[in-house]
Design a protein around this ligand. Structure first.
Ligand code: PLP
Length: 395
Protein backbone atom coordinates (compact mmCIF):
# COMPACT_ATOMS: atom_id res chain seq x y z
CA UNK A 1 0.00 0.00 0.00
CA UNK A 2 1.35 3.42 -0.86
CA UNK A 3 0.87 6.32 1.54
CA UNK A 4 -2.34 8.36 1.56
CA UNK A 5 -0.32 11.45 0.77
CA UNK A 6 1.21 9.78 -2.30
CA UNK A 7 -2.22 8.61 -3.49
CA UNK A 8 -3.22 12.27 -3.76
CA UNK A 9 0.05 13.28 -5.38
CA UNK A 10 -0.10 10.50 -7.97
CA UNK A 11 -3.69 11.48 -8.82
CA UNK A 12 -2.76 15.12 -9.27
CA UNK A 13 0.49 14.23 -11.01
CA UNK A 14 1.69 16.64 -13.60
CA UNK A 15 -0.70 17.33 -16.47
CA UNK A 16 2.38 18.43 -18.42
CA UNK A 17 4.08 15.06 -18.17
CA UNK A 18 0.82 13.26 -19.05
CA UNK A 19 0.49 15.43 -22.13
CA UNK A 20 4.09 14.72 -23.14
CA UNK A 21 3.29 10.99 -23.04
CA UNK A 22 0.12 11.60 -25.05
CA UNK A 23 2.18 13.55 -27.60
CA UNK A 24 4.40 10.52 -28.12
CA UNK A 25 1.34 8.30 -28.73
CA UNK A 26 -0.12 10.84 -31.17
CA UNK A 27 3.21 11.03 -33.04
CA UNK A 28 3.04 7.25 -33.55
CA UNK A 29 -0.52 7.49 -34.85
CA UNK A 30 -0.34 10.59 -37.06
CA UNK A 31 3.42 10.85 -37.79
CA UNK A 32 5.74 13.09 -35.77
CA UNK A 33 5.67 15.86 -38.39
CA UNK A 34 1.88 16.18 -38.02
CA UNK A 35 1.82 16.59 -34.24
CA UNK A 36 2.57 19.97 -32.68
CA UNK A 37 3.69 19.22 -29.19
CA UNK A 38 4.20 22.42 -27.21
CA UNK A 39 3.75 20.77 -23.83
CA UNK A 40 7.17 20.28 -22.25
CA UNK A 41 9.97 22.75 -21.44
CA UNK A 42 12.67 20.39 -22.68
CA UNK A 43 15.38 22.46 -24.47
CA UNK A 44 15.65 21.53 -28.17
CA UNK A 45 18.91 23.45 -28.59
CA UNK A 46 21.80 21.07 -27.90
CA UNK A 47 24.31 21.83 -25.14
CA UNK A 48 27.26 23.91 -26.42
CA UNK A 49 29.95 21.77 -28.10
CA UNK A 50 32.47 22.76 -25.44
CA UNK A 51 30.31 21.06 -22.80
CA UNK A 52 30.79 17.62 -24.36
CA UNK A 53 34.47 18.34 -24.93
CA UNK A 54 34.88 19.39 -21.30
CA UNK A 55 33.21 16.18 -20.09
CA UNK A 56 35.72 14.11 -22.12
CA UNK A 57 38.62 16.23 -20.87
CA UNK A 58 37.57 15.77 -17.23
CA UNK A 59 37.02 12.02 -17.56
CA UNK A 60 40.41 11.61 -19.27
CA UNK A 61 42.42 13.78 -16.89
CA UNK A 62 40.94 13.42 -13.39
CA UNK A 63 41.86 10.76 -10.85
CA UNK A 64 38.84 8.40 -11.14
CA UNK A 65 38.73 7.72 -7.41
CA UNK A 66 38.31 11.44 -6.76
CA UNK A 67 36.08 12.08 -9.77
CA UNK A 68 33.60 9.37 -8.86
CA UNK A 69 33.90 9.75 -5.09
CA UNK A 70 31.90 11.39 -2.32
CA UNK A 71 32.71 14.94 -1.33
CA UNK A 72 31.38 17.55 1.09
CA UNK A 73 27.55 17.64 0.94
CA UNK A 74 27.68 21.28 -0.22
CA UNK A 75 29.85 20.30 -3.20
CA UNK A 76 33.46 20.86 -4.29
CA UNK A 77 34.91 23.99 -2.74
CA UNK A 78 36.81 25.02 -5.89
CA UNK A 79 33.63 24.70 -7.99
CA UNK A 80 31.65 26.79 -5.50
CA UNK A 81 34.40 29.42 -5.39
CA UNK A 82 34.50 29.61 -9.21
CA UNK A 83 30.72 30.09 -9.33
CA UNK A 84 30.90 32.76 -6.59
CA UNK A 85 33.58 34.71 -8.51
CA UNK A 86 31.61 34.44 -11.75
CA UNK A 87 28.52 35.85 -10.00
CA UNK A 88 30.61 38.66 -8.47
CA UNK A 89 31.92 39.65 -11.89
CA UNK A 90 28.50 39.64 -13.48
CA UNK A 91 26.35 41.09 -10.71
CA UNK A 92 28.72 43.11 -8.56
CA UNK A 93 28.14 40.88 -5.53
CA UNK A 94 30.68 39.68 -2.94
CA UNK A 95 30.14 35.93 -2.65
CA UNK A 96 32.67 33.23 -1.79
CA UNK A 97 32.37 29.44 -1.77
CA UNK A 98 30.68 29.77 1.65
CA UNK A 99 27.61 31.31 0.00
CA UNK A 100 27.08 28.49 -2.52
CA UNK A 101 25.57 25.00 -2.17
CA UNK A 102 25.65 22.73 -5.22
CA UNK A 103 22.28 21.10 -5.95
CA UNK A 104 20.57 18.49 -8.07
CA UNK A 105 19.07 21.06 -10.47
CA UNK A 106 16.59 23.76 -9.50
CA UNK A 107 14.10 21.19 -8.24
CA UNK A 108 16.69 19.70 -5.90
CA UNK A 109 17.72 23.18 -4.75
CA UNK A 110 14.16 24.29 -4.00
CA UNK A 111 13.53 21.13 -1.98
CA UNK A 112 16.77 21.65 -0.02
CA UNK A 113 15.81 25.28 0.69
CA UNK A 114 12.26 24.42 1.77
CA UNK A 115 13.39 21.45 3.89
CA UNK A 116 15.83 23.80 5.64
CA UNK A 117 13.30 26.49 6.57
CA UNK A 118 9.79 25.02 6.85
CA UNK A 119 7.99 23.77 9.92
CA UNK A 120 4.64 22.01 9.36
CA UNK A 121 1.91 24.58 8.71
CA UNK A 122 4.31 27.32 7.59
CA UNK A 123 3.06 29.26 4.59
CA UNK A 124 4.91 29.68 1.31
CA UNK A 125 3.62 32.37 -1.04
CA UNK A 126 3.71 32.13 -4.80
CA UNK A 127 2.45 34.57 -7.39
CA UNK A 128 -0.06 33.16 -9.88
CA UNK A 129 0.52 31.93 -12.46
CA UNK A 130 3.29 29.80 -10.92
CA UNK A 131 5.25 26.63 -11.78
CA UNK A 132 2.85 23.86 -10.69
CA UNK A 133 5.55 21.75 -9.02
CA UNK A 134 5.92 24.37 -6.25
CA UNK A 135 2.73 22.94 -4.73
CA UNK A 136 4.36 19.50 -4.45
CA UNK A 137 7.67 20.85 -3.15
CA UNK A 138 5.89 22.81 -0.40
CA UNK A 139 3.69 19.83 0.48
CA UNK A 140 6.84 17.65 0.80
CA UNK A 141 7.57 19.52 4.04
CA UNK A 142 3.95 19.96 5.16
CA UNK A 143 3.96 23.62 4.24
CA UNK A 144 0.88 25.47 2.98
CA UNK A 145 0.92 27.13 -0.44
CA UNK A 146 -0.67 30.59 -0.56
CA UNK A 147 -1.16 32.03 -4.05
CA UNK A 148 -1.29 35.73 -4.85
CA UNK A 149 -4.00 36.56 -7.41
CA UNK A 150 -2.86 36.96 -11.01
CA UNK A 151 -2.72 40.37 -12.60
CA UNK A 152 -3.34 40.06 -16.35
CA UNK A 153 -2.44 41.15 -18.98
CA UNK A 154 1.02 42.31 -17.76
CA UNK A 155 1.27 39.81 -14.88
CA UNK A 156 3.09 42.39 -12.78
CA UNK A 157 2.54 41.18 -9.18
CA UNK A 158 -0.68 42.31 -7.50
CA UNK A 159 1.09 44.14 -4.65
CA UNK A 160 -2.04 44.81 -2.60
CA UNK A 161 -3.02 41.14 -2.61
CA UNK A 162 0.61 40.13 -1.94
CA UNK A 163 0.78 42.34 1.14
CA UNK A 164 -2.67 41.33 2.38
CA UNK A 165 -1.80 37.62 2.25
CA UNK A 166 1.46 37.85 4.22
CA UNK A 167 0.84 36.50 7.71
CA UNK A 168 2.76 35.59 10.83
CA UNK A 169 3.02 32.09 9.30
CA UNK A 170 4.62 33.25 6.04
CA UNK A 171 8.07 31.69 5.94
CA UNK A 172 8.97 32.14 2.30
CA UNK A 173 7.92 33.65 -0.99
CA UNK A 174 8.94 31.94 -4.24
CA UNK A 175 9.25 34.01 -7.38
CA UNK A 176 10.42 32.75 -10.74
CA UNK A 177 12.27 35.10 -13.06
CA UNK A 178 12.11 34.99 -16.11
CA UNK A 179 8.74 33.43 -15.58
CA UNK A 180 7.37 30.04 -16.41
CA UNK A 181 4.59 30.06 -17.70
CA UNK A 182 4.15 33.72 -18.78
CA UNK A 183 7.57 34.49 -20.32
CA UNK A 184 7.41 37.81 -18.44
CA UNK A 185 10.51 39.25 -16.74
CA UNK A 186 10.09 40.71 -13.26
CA UNK A 187 11.61 44.18 -13.68
CA UNK A 188 13.80 46.03 -11.18
CA UNK A 189 10.90 48.29 -10.14
CA UNK A 190 8.68 45.25 -9.46
CA UNK A 191 11.39 43.63 -7.33
CA UNK A 192 11.91 46.87 -5.41
CA UNK A 193 8.21 47.02 -4.60
CA UNK A 194 8.09 43.38 -3.46
CA UNK A 195 11.24 43.86 -1.35
CA UNK A 196 9.82 47.01 0.30
CA UNK A 197 6.64 45.14 1.25
CA UNK A 198 8.63 42.20 2.63
CA UNK A 199 10.91 44.49 4.66
CA UNK A 200 7.89 46.27 6.08
CA UNK A 201 5.99 43.07 6.93
CA UNK A 202 9.04 41.42 8.54
CA UNK A 203 9.31 44.38 10.91
CA UNK A 204 5.60 44.62 11.56
CA UNK A 205 5.20 40.88 12.26
CA UNK A 206 8.66 40.42 13.80
CA UNK A 207 9.35 37.44 11.55
CA UNK A 208 11.88 36.33 8.97
CA UNK A 209 10.53 35.81 5.44
CA UNK A 210 12.89 34.31 2.86
CA UNK A 211 12.50 35.35 -0.75
CA UNK A 212 13.40 32.36 -2.91
CA UNK A 213 14.24 33.35 -6.46
CA UNK A 214 13.93 30.39 -8.81
CA UNK A 215 16.07 31.30 -11.82
CA UNK A 216 16.61 28.43 -14.26
CA UNK A 217 15.79 30.79 -17.16
CA UNK A 218 18.07 33.69 -16.12
CA UNK A 219 20.12 33.55 -19.33
CA UNK A 220 17.13 33.13 -21.65
CA UNK A 221 16.31 36.80 -22.21
CA UNK A 222 15.29 38.21 -25.59
CA UNK A 223 14.59 41.87 -24.88
CA UNK A 224 16.85 44.54 -23.55
CA UNK A 225 15.54 44.00 -20.01
CA UNK A 226 17.68 43.41 -16.92
CA UNK A 227 16.89 40.39 -14.76
CA UNK A 228 17.68 41.87 -11.32
CA UNK A 229 19.95 39.91 -8.97
CA UNK A 230 17.75 39.71 -5.91
CA UNK A 231 20.36 39.54 -3.15
CA UNK A 232 21.04 43.21 -3.97
CA UNK A 233 17.45 44.19 -3.16
CA UNK A 234 16.54 42.02 -0.17
CA UNK A 235 18.95 40.43 2.29
CA UNK A 236 16.84 37.37 3.15
CA UNK A 237 17.09 36.09 -0.39
CA UNK A 238 17.88 32.54 -1.49
CA UNK A 239 18.70 32.24 -5.20
CA UNK A 240 18.08 28.89 -6.87
CA UNK A 241 19.91 28.39 -10.14
CA UNK A 242 20.10 25.51 -12.60
CA UNK A 243 21.96 24.64 -15.79
CA UNK A 244 19.00 22.62 -17.10
CA UNK A 245 17.92 25.34 -19.52
CA UNK A 246 20.92 27.68 -19.76
CA UNK A 247 23.26 24.87 -20.92
CA UNK A 248 20.52 22.45 -22.07
CA UNK A 249 21.41 19.86 -19.42
CA UNK A 250 18.04 19.00 -17.79
CA UNK A 251 18.82 15.29 -17.49
CA UNK A 252 22.19 15.88 -15.86
CA UNK A 253 20.65 17.50 -12.75
CA UNK A 254 23.03 20.27 -11.76
CA UNK A 255 22.47 23.68 -10.19
CA UNK A 256 23.22 25.63 -7.03
CA UNK A 257 21.71 27.73 -4.24
CA UNK A 258 23.09 31.11 -3.19
CA UNK A 259 22.58 32.55 0.28
CA UNK A 260 24.10 35.99 0.94
CA UNK A 261 26.14 36.30 4.17
CA UNK A 262 23.86 39.06 5.46
CA UNK A 263 20.76 36.79 5.43
CA UNK A 264 19.18 36.11 8.84
CA UNK A 265 20.58 32.95 10.50
CA UNK A 266 23.15 32.63 7.68
CA UNK A 267 25.39 30.07 9.39
CA UNK A 268 22.47 27.91 10.53
CA UNK A 269 20.85 28.10 7.13
CA UNK A 270 23.97 27.03 5.26
CA UNK A 271 24.56 24.13 7.69
CA UNK A 272 20.92 23.09 7.38
CA UNK A 273 21.16 23.11 3.60
CA UNK A 274 24.19 20.82 3.67
CA UNK A 275 22.36 18.40 5.94
CA UNK A 276 19.14 18.69 3.88
CA UNK A 277 21.11 17.79 0.73
CA UNK A 278 22.30 14.64 2.48
CA UNK A 279 19.11 13.51 4.18
CA UNK A 280 16.85 14.17 1.21
CA UNK A 281 18.94 11.44 -0.37
CA UNK A 282 20.87 13.56 -2.88
CA UNK A 283 23.96 13.33 -0.61
CA UNK A 284 25.75 15.70 -2.99
CA UNK A 285 25.19 17.12 -6.48
CA UNK A 286 26.69 14.87 -9.23
CA UNK A 287 30.48 15.06 -9.10
CA UNK A 288 31.22 15.02 -12.83
CA UNK A 289 28.58 17.69 -13.48
CA UNK A 290 30.05 19.94 -10.79
CA UNK A 291 33.48 19.72 -12.40
CA UNK A 292 31.89 20.29 -15.79
CA UNK A 293 30.28 23.51 -14.59
CA UNK A 294 33.60 24.88 -13.37
CA UNK A 295 35.04 24.30 -16.84
CA UNK A 296 31.97 25.65 -18.65
CA UNK A 297 31.15 28.82 -16.71
CA UNK A 298 31.48 31.03 -19.78
CA UNK A 299 29.57 28.78 -22.16
CA UNK A 300 26.24 30.00 -23.54
CA UNK A 301 23.31 28.34 -25.24
CA UNK A 302 22.14 29.46 -28.69
CA UNK A 303 19.52 31.97 -27.60
CA UNK A 304 18.92 33.09 -31.18
CA UNK A 305 17.25 29.76 -32.01
CA UNK A 306 14.67 30.35 -29.26
CA UNK A 307 14.30 33.99 -30.26
CA UNK A 308 13.52 33.08 -33.87
CA UNK A 309 10.81 30.69 -32.63
CA UNK A 310 9.47 33.29 -30.24
CA UNK A 311 9.04 35.94 -32.92
CA UNK A 312 7.49 33.58 -35.48
CA UNK A 313 4.99 32.16 -32.99
CA UNK A 314 4.07 35.43 -31.30
CA UNK A 315 3.59 37.32 -34.58
CA UNK A 316 1.79 34.35 -36.16
CA UNK A 317 -0.68 33.88 -33.31
CA UNK A 318 -1.38 37.60 -32.99
CA UNK A 319 -2.08 37.83 -36.73
CA UNK A 320 -4.65 35.03 -36.31
CA UNK A 321 -6.46 37.03 -33.63
CA UNK A 322 -5.16 35.25 -30.50
CA UNK A 323 -4.41 37.46 -27.51
CA UNK A 324 -0.87 36.75 -26.27
CA UNK A 325 1.45 38.04 -23.57
CA UNK A 326 4.63 39.14 -25.36
CA UNK A 327 7.35 36.74 -24.15
CA UNK A 328 10.50 38.49 -22.90
CA UNK A 329 12.36 35.50 -21.48
CA UNK A 330 12.32 31.71 -20.87
CA UNK A 331 10.81 29.76 -23.80
CA UNK A 332 7.10 29.95 -23.09
CA UNK A 333 4.28 31.91 -24.67
CA UNK A 334 1.19 32.56 -22.57
CA UNK A 335 -1.93 32.83 -24.70
CA UNK A 336 -5.46 33.76 -23.69
CA UNK A 337 -7.93 30.99 -24.47
CA UNK A 338 -10.85 32.30 -26.55
CA UNK A 339 -13.19 30.68 -24.00
CA UNK A 340 -13.06 30.80 -20.18
CA UNK A 341 -12.50 27.05 -19.85
CA UNK A 342 -8.82 26.50 -20.70
CA UNK A 343 -9.15 22.71 -20.20
CA UNK A 344 -11.88 22.59 -22.85
CA UNK A 345 -9.81 24.78 -25.19
CA UNK A 346 -6.81 22.47 -24.82
CA UNK A 347 -9.08 19.50 -25.59
CA UNK A 348 -10.39 21.15 -28.75
CA UNK A 349 -6.82 22.11 -29.83
CA UNK A 350 -5.90 18.43 -29.65
CA UNK A 351 -8.36 17.78 -32.49
CA UNK A 352 -5.94 19.84 -34.59
CA UNK A 353 -2.94 17.89 -33.18
CA UNK A 354 -1.83 20.90 -31.13
CA UNK A 355 -0.71 20.11 -27.58
CA UNK A 356 -0.62 22.97 -25.07
CA UNK A 357 -0.79 23.08 -21.28
CA UNK A 358 -3.90 24.56 -19.64
CA UNK A 359 -3.09 27.44 -17.29
CA UNK A 360 -5.10 25.71 -14.56
CA UNK A 361 -1.87 23.75 -14.01
CA UNK A 362 -0.26 27.06 -13.05
CA UNK A 363 -3.02 28.30 -10.74
CA UNK A 364 -4.76 30.55 -13.29
CA UNK A 365 -7.79 30.03 -15.54
CA UNK A 366 -8.46 31.07 -19.13
CA UNK A 367 -4.93 30.83 -20.58
CA UNK A 368 -2.68 28.19 -22.12
CA UNK A 369 1.10 27.78 -22.09
CA UNK A 370 2.91 27.08 -25.33
CA UNK A 371 6.50 25.83 -24.88
CA UNK A 372 8.31 26.96 -28.04
CA UNK A 373 11.57 25.08 -27.42
CA UNK A 374 10.82 23.05 -30.55
CA UNK A 375 12.15 22.96 -34.14
CA UNK A 376 11.43 26.15 -36.11
CA UNK A 377 9.74 24.00 -38.78
CA UNK A 378 7.29 22.73 -36.14
CA UNK A 379 6.22 26.30 -35.49
CA UNK A 380 5.91 27.04 -39.21
CA UNK A 381 3.81 23.92 -39.81
CA UNK A 382 1.66 24.51 -36.72
CA UNK A 383 0.42 27.95 -37.78
CA UNK A 384 -2.08 26.67 -40.39
CA UNK A 385 -3.46 24.37 -37.66
CA UNK A 386 -3.71 27.32 -35.25
CA UNK A 387 -5.52 29.16 -38.09
CA UNK A 388 -8.17 26.41 -38.17
CA UNK A 389 -8.46 26.64 -34.39
CA UNK A 390 -8.92 30.42 -34.61
CA UNK A 391 -11.62 29.95 -37.23
CA UNK A 392 -13.44 27.50 -34.98
CA UNK A 393 -13.76 30.28 -32.39
CA UNK A 394 -14.56 32.97 -34.99
CA UNK A 395 -11.45 35.02 -34.23
N1 PLP B 1 11.57 25.93 -11.73
C1 PLP B 1 10.96 26.23 -12.88
C2 PLP B 1 10.22 27.50 -12.97
C3 PLP B 1 11.00 25.35 -13.97
O1 PLP B 1 10.37 25.67 -15.09
C4 PLP B 1 11.71 24.14 -13.83
C5 PLP B 1 11.74 23.16 -14.92
O2 PLP B 1 11.07 23.24 -15.91
C6 PLP B 1 12.33 23.87 -12.62
C7 PLP B 1 12.25 24.78 -11.59
C8 PLP B 1 13.10 22.60 -12.40
O3 PLP B 1 14.32 22.71 -13.06
P1 PLP B 1 15.48 21.62 -12.91
O4 PLP B 1 15.42 20.75 -14.14
O5 PLP B 1 16.73 22.41 -12.88
O6 PLP B 1 15.24 20.88 -11.67
Amino acid sequence: MISKKMVGLVKGSSVIRAMFEEGKQMAKKFGAENVFDFSLGNPNVPAPKAVNENIKKIVDSENPVVLHGYMSNAGYEDVREAIAQSLNTRFDTAFTSKNIIMTVGAAGGLNVALKSILDPGDEVMVIAPYFGEYKNYVSNFDGVLVAVNPNPPTFEPNYADFEAKISKKTKAVIINNPNNPTGVIYKKEWIEKLAAILDRKQKELDTCIYLISDEPYRELVFKDVEVPYLTKYYKNTIVGYSYSKSLSLPGERIGYLVVPSEADSFDDLISAMGVATRILGFVNAPSLQQKLIKESLNEKTDIEAYNKNRIKLYEGLKALGFECVEPEGAFYLFMKAPIDDDMEFVKVAKEYNILMVPASSFGVKGYVRIAYCVAYSTIERSLPQFAKLAKRYNL
